[in-house]
Design a protein. Sequence first.
Length: 68
Amino acid sequence: MATDLVELTVPEMTCGHCEAAIQKEVSAVAGVSSVVVDLEKKLVTVSGSGIDRGAVIAAIDEAGFDVA
């Protein structure tokens, strides 16, 4: 089974709280197996199977952040 990879830029992330909030919300999205938050690059990388990009964006929004 192929692994999906979704990379999104989230410019407002600045701290560990941001990272934790995004990881918590995105991890709950169906099909997500891994969430990596890079605060320096302002990048969220999500991997898994059958990931809905819109659902990942909605989860980041739910965490209080906007996707660029």
